[in-house]
Design a protein. Structure first.
Length: 132
């Protein structure tokens, strides 16, 4: 016969199972939060890289000098980070225009360009002198 005192509590096995389930849920939430934190940091880097690239394209488009053909690398600082900017200027099918490709990435040393590049912008630029 079971007394009233024996019916009131949980058994040790029930408590251990409940704690195990709670531990699994907390572990999954922790992993999801860590993944979201990483994704947010990557998104911030890509957004800033895009802004750096847009600034470079605007700088080229507002300059009075026709950009020379070729590839140029430079490092600029924005948002307390050093950004590697590679600008490639090539001929367009119409000689009144130049094609500009700007690749932007963070400047850590020792990794390949593909891994470093966060944003690529392409623009078409007309010759200011011939439009006047």
């Amino acid at each position: 016969m079971v007394t009233e005192e024996q019916e009131r509590g949980f058994t040790l096995l029930e408590v251990l199972i409940a704690m195990f389930i709670i531990a699994l849920v907390v572990a999954q939430l922790s992993a999801a939060m860590e993944q979201n934190h990483f994704a947010l940091g990557r998104l911030e880097e890509k957004t800033l890289a895009h802004f750096v690239g847009m600034n470079k394209v605007s700088e080229l488009q507002t300059a009075f000098n026709w950009p020379p053909l070729g590839t140029r690398d430079e490092v600029k600082q924005m948002a307390r980070r050093d950004w590697q900017i590679t600008t490639v200027v090539t001929k367009a099918p119409d000689p009144k225009y130049r094609m500009i490709e700007v690749k932007v990435g963070l400047k850590p040393e020792g990794i390949s360009e593909e891994l470093r590049t966060l944003s690529v912008l392409k623009a078409l630029m007309s010759n200011h002198a011939e439009q006047s």
